[in-house]
Write a protein that binds this ligand. Structure first.
Ligand code: 13P
Ligand code: SF4
Length: 304
């Protein structure tokens, strides 16, 4: 089958199975083009919960499909590549978090959605890059544990009047983006605005004009009259930025901003998932129920 035939067959099968295809903003261009809905981690989890479709094909990484399975256990959640994990999510375990919590009795744990269901189940509330500050500010306690991303944690801590304790995890993709990369891009494109994802190191964020989630970058680029933007996040985001803003220029400051896990899913994998109805992601009820409480608390926090 050539690419067009594969795409037609995917769409035919998605129709036959009554499946919704979701793709994260970092997926390969052709996967984003094919998906029914693209979005950031929060938006995709909410779509998974809201849809009346019985089957969700999650083109993303494992924790995202798990979030969908937590929120919508009655649905069949397919992850076309079961090996598409998130190294940051793997930097924390439920057992490790339980030990960490012992150092700070009574302090609530705010966990980034980039985490396993078991870690969510050990936490008090989740956050994503688009709502993290609101989530932490919504808590009554003067102290919080922020896990697992130390960079997102420091970004939050700078904006809230609370004592924060950080888990020492990070995203290897955003960690590869250095101050030197950012400064060189700014020197080469002095009129460009620099937008950065909060997973970037703090010294990089200090140089940014705007810090936001992946979806926040689409809004910023569309609403801001600037013509050039330096993009401080995974390169997959460029596809829609360029499509939606054909007259604007988007500059990736380094070729190292590629997440290998996000790039695993191919059209062939999506087709196979729909043909075989697998691999399927499920979460055991004893983990799913407390993990859902953690996600539901996040979803109840008002958005800006
Ligand atoms: P958002 O899409 O929520 O900004 O998350 C970025 C990310 O790293 C997902 O893995
Ligand atoms: Fe995980 Fe970073 Fe890849 Fe997102 S970009 S899936 S946080 S490794």
């Amino acid at each position: 089958m050539n690419e067009n035939e594969i795409i037609s067959e995917i769409l035919r099968l998605a129709d036959e199975r009554d499946a919704l295809i979701l793709a994260h903003n970092y997926q390969r261009d052709e996967i984003q083009e094919l998906a029914h809905i693209t979005g950031d981690s929060l938006a995709l989890s909410m779509e998974a919960a809201r849809t009346d479709k019985p089957v969700i094909v999650f083109c993303g990484v494992h924790f995202m499909a798990e979030s969908a399975a937590i929120l919508a256990p009655e649905k069949i959640v397919l992850l076309p590549r079961l090996d598409a994990g998130c190294p940051m999510a793997d930097m924390i375990t439920a057992e490790g978090l339980r030990e960490f919590k012992k150092q700070y009795p009574g302090v609530p744990v705010v966990t980034y959605v980039n985490s396993s269901a078991a870690v969510k189940a050990e936490s008090d509330i989740c956050c994503t890059s688009s709502n993290a500050v609101n989530v932490v500010a919504s808590l009554a306690e003067p102290e919080v544990i922020l896990a697992p991303d130390r960079n997102l944690g420091r970004y939050i801590a700078d904006q809230v009047d609370k004592t924060c304790y950080f888990w020492d995890g990070y995203c290897p993709t955003h960690e590869r983006f250095t101050v030197e990369d950012a400064k060189a891009a700014q020197a080469y494109h002095p009129d460009a605005l620099f937008m950065a994802h909060p997973e970037c190191p703090p010294e990089v964020l200090a140089l940014a004009d705007h810090i936001c989630s992946t979806s926040g970058m689409y809004t910023f680029a569309q609403e801001n009259p600037a013509q050039q933007f330096i993009v401080g996040t995974e390169e997959g985001i460029l596809y829609r930025l360029r499509k939606e803003n054909p007259d604007k220029e988007f500059i990736l400051p380094t070729t190292r901003l590629v997440c290998p896990n996000m790039k695993l899913t191919s059209l062939e994998d999506v087709l196979k998932a729909l043909q075989t109805m697998g691999p399927r992601v499920t979460v055991a009820e004893e983990v799913r129920i407390p993990a859902k409480v953690t996600l539901d608390r996040m979803l109840a926090v008002p958005r800006d």
